[in-house]
Design a protein around this ligand. Sequence first.
Ligand code: SF4
Ligand code: SF4
Length: 125
Amino acid sequence: MKPCNACGKCCTKYGGGGLSATPDEIENWKEYRPDIYHFVANDEIWTDPETGVVMESCPFLYQDSTGRRHLCKIYDQRPEDCRLYPSSVDEMIQDDCEMIELKDRRNPRQAAKDLAALMADSRPS
Ligand code: SF4
Ligand code: SF4
């Protein structure tokens, strides 16, 4: 399994209406990060500040100057939903995640162990 190359497929797929935030996250943004809370309405993320409608793409996703890497403007404050991605090898294969290598497809059990090691800091203990 390769490290994440910031291809952006996951954020593109899930950043538009496929994410949720916990009540604690929303409360924290409300108090300390109004720039993030700006895109929350009725406990839903991410919503258009003008209309309250869920947006078709994440407002915090941007491309670096090369256009090849897709980065998160709120990386340290991103929702748990984003922190926990990727959650399984099946999900990665389904999403065409570029961390997946041929050997991972051939040996998903080992790939799951490799993923667990890579995500050790992100997943709840
Ligand atoms: S908040 Fe950040 S990590 Fe989450 S979908 Fe948007 S750009 Fe991606
Ligand atoms: S799809 Fe996979 S490789 Fe691409 S940004 Fe998401 S985690 Fe990284």
